[in-house]
Design a protein around this ligand. Structure first.
Ligand code: FA5
Length: 345
């Protein structure tokens, strides 16, 4: 038995020495010192020994157990230290490494234009209004003096969802909605930016989805000269004093008289090029004095109140302001184009 115990001790100490991790060490502990391990078994078998041998073997078995246990304990401390060192090494932070660049996004040029136009009009006492993009035929057309079957509906080819619901073709329905809310009482002074949709063929200056910014002013004694002065102040502030502007007579069923405003082409400076279709001018907005029928339909007394309205294309303004030669650049998300409008550089 003595020989057996000494062999056991030797084997155990070799295995403890060779253990590479805490799991392996624990397996050795269970194998040698566990309830079913050989040392416990040896101690259990003491009863069979003679009275003379029993204390000797008992002391030896305890000595073996103690030696194995303390070897395991020592090894455990070493392995734990190693594990911590390994973890720390893996988590080392090299503070001298160059950082990863953070790409800062920037506002889309259209957002910038819309915000700039909004700020400009807010500065003149306007408030910002909103309306739905999926609109009722009533607000998009009928309330704007365009009954069903009116030939001027063809001026704006529409995407219908049902017979009475469509994607709004302009931001003018927000005029009708705002006037209705005011229940016949002025003054009204709003600006309304938003997306609009038309079955137009896409080209350098036309898109099937684009943005408009609508303006509406209603009060007593509002005249055409107020509209002209407002548009003039807006254009000069946004494009600079040297930009040329012209108003042309036009027709919209919801305004009378109606005008369109052109700005000299930013690409050819009025010489004529493919962007301005050789005219030297680019149309940016339609406007006019609110038609009495529209005022009356919304509950305003057209003898007491008058007003003006305008609707401008945000893309056209952005094109003029930044010298962009194709409207499609705004929608193709080419980062080479978008990064040119970085505000942070
Ligand atoms: C209208 O939409 C009227 N609602 C404007 C208005 C409002 C007139 C209030 C009177 C009173 P028009 O269809 O002309 O009008 O469009 C207005 C502006 O939107 C145009 O001057 C142009 O700048 C822009 N626009 C029109 N169609 C497109 C298109 N397909 N792509 C890009 N911009 C467009």
């Amino acid at each position: 038995m003595e020989e057996q115990l000494l062999q056991l001790k030797q084997d155990a100490l070799v295995k403890v020495k060779e253990a590479c991790d805490l799991k392996e060490l624990n397996d050795i502990r269970v194998a040698y010192l566990g309830k079913k391990g050989p040392i416990t078994e040896a101690l259990k078998g003491m009863g069979k020994l003679s009275a003379e041998e029993r204390p000797k073997m008992g002391a030896l078995a305890n000595e073996v157990r103690g030696a194995v246990a303390s070897a395991i304990e020592e090894k455990q401390a070493v392995l734990e230290k190693e594990a911590v060192a390994k973890k720390l090494a893996a988590e080392t932070l090299d503070v001298t490494l160059p950082g990863r660049p953070v790409n800062i996004g920037n506002h889309h040029p259209l957002t910038r234009v819309v915000e700039e136009v909004e700020d400009l009009f807010i500065g003149m006492g306007y408030t910002v209004a909103e309306g739905p993009e999926v609109e009722k035929d009533y607000y998009n057309f009928e309330a704007l003096n365009l009954p069903k079957g009116h030939p001027a509906r063809d001026m704006q080819d529409s995407f219908y969802i049902t017979e009475d619901i469509l994607l709004r073709t302009h931001t003018s329905p927000v005029q009708a909605r705002t006037m209705e809310k005011h229940e016949g009482k002025g003054p009204v002074k709003i600006i309304c930016p938003g997306k609009v949709y038309r079955r137009d063929s896409d080209d350098a200056t036309h898109s099937h989805q684009f943005m408009q910014i609508e303006g509406l002013v209603i009060d007593e004694h509002i005249r055409m000269s107020d509209l002209k002065g407002t548009l003039n102040a807006f254009a000069k502030k946004l494009f600079g004093e040297d930009r040329e502007i012209r108003l042309r007579p036009s027709f919209f069923p919801f305004t009378e008289p109606s005008v369109e405003m052109d700005i000299s082409c930013m690409i050819c400076k009025g010489e004529g090029c493919s962007v301005c279709k050789r005219t030297g001018w680019i149309e940016i907005l339609g406007a006019g004095m609110v038609h009495p029928n529209v005022l009356e339909m919304a509950g305003f007394d057209s003898k007491k109140y008058s007003g003006f309205a305008f609707g401008m294309g945000a893309e056209r303004i952005a094109m003029l302001k930044y010298g962009v030669d194709d409207i499609r650049h705004f929608y193709t998300n080419d980062t080479r184009f978008l990064h040119q409008f970085h505000e942070h550089e």
